[in-house]
Structure formats: C-alpha cells, structure tokens
Design a protein around this ligand. Structure first.
Ligand SMILES: [Zn+2]
Length: 151
C-alpha cells in the first residue's frame, strides 16, 4: 500500500514535525472519513489502545497513519515478510480522502482478506489519487498489511 510517491530522501521526518500537520489535530475528525473523532477511531489503534478487528479497519487506520505521518504504526502494521526498513513519508503530501471500494474476507472469522480503495492526496498544489487492492493477513493474531494483490 502507498508506494513512495514524491519521496524525498533528504528530508528528515520526525514525529514532532509530523504531529504539527493539520491532519494530526488530536481533537479533529478522523482522517479515514468515518464520522468519529480521531482519538475514538484510528487514534486508538495508533496509540496501541486497540487492535483492528477487521482488515478494513486496519486499512483505514493505515490510511490515517499516512495522514498523520505515524511511521511507527505503518511499520508495525506491515507483515514482517514485506515490511520495509522505513516508509519515507513525504511531509508535503496531504491525504485528503479515503474511499473504500470493496473487500473480500478480512472479517473476525477470516485469516486473510483484501481491501480495494482509492486515496486522494495533494502534493505541491497538485491533486492525485492512489488506487490499490491490498492484501491483508493475520500475523500473531493481528491484522497486518502484506502487499498489493498481484495483477
Ligand atoms: Zn479512522
């Protein structure tokens, strides 16, 4: 999920600067688009107070983690076999909307699932979107992101 669009290796992205982004406002609505505040939605997962019960919930929380630049959460919600050393977040990239298009499996009763989504973002005054069908598995009981579905 989320290839390294506009990645800049020479820019240091610390949690401190990431938290200063508007999307990281702890009192604001959740970036994932559900009608809940961030602390009661994806923020619970980012803070480690809860785990995703479904692949869709994990997918939403990963989108939100991109929006609030929570690289640590992105890495720990990535399957160990495909997890990169670092994500390379671009602080200029502003994630503006998530649309979940469909999903298969990924429920409380499943061990794997897919979630197809479109994520809109702005970077440098340009609007673009990312479309991916992502594959999720359980690792040590918790949902994690594996990779895009091939093809
Ligand atoms: Zn959310």
């Amino acid at each position: 999920m989320f290839p390294h669009h506009g990645m800049r290796h020479n820019q240091r992205v610390s949690r401190r600067t990431a938290r200063a982004l508007p999307a990281a406002d702890p009192t604001g609505p959740c970036p994932c688009g559900l009608d809940r505040g961030y602390p009661d939605c994806c923020g619970r997962l980012h803070a480690g107070h809860a785990t995703a019960s479904t692949a869709r919930e994990l997918m939403r929380s990963r989108y939100s983690a991109f929006a609030v630049a929570d690289e640590a959460y992105l890495l720990r919600s990535w399957h160990s076999s495909t997890r990169p050393a670092r994500v390379g977040l671009d602080p200029r990239q502003q994630w503006s909307r998530l649309v979940v298009i469909g999903s298969t499996g990924g429920s409380l009763l499943h061990a794997e699932g897919t979630v197809e989504f479109r994520a809109d973002y702005r970077v440098g005054g340009r609007t673009d979107s990312l479309h991916e069908n992502s594959r999720f598995l359980r690792e040590a009981g918790n949902w994690v992101y594996l990779a895009p579905v091939p093809g």
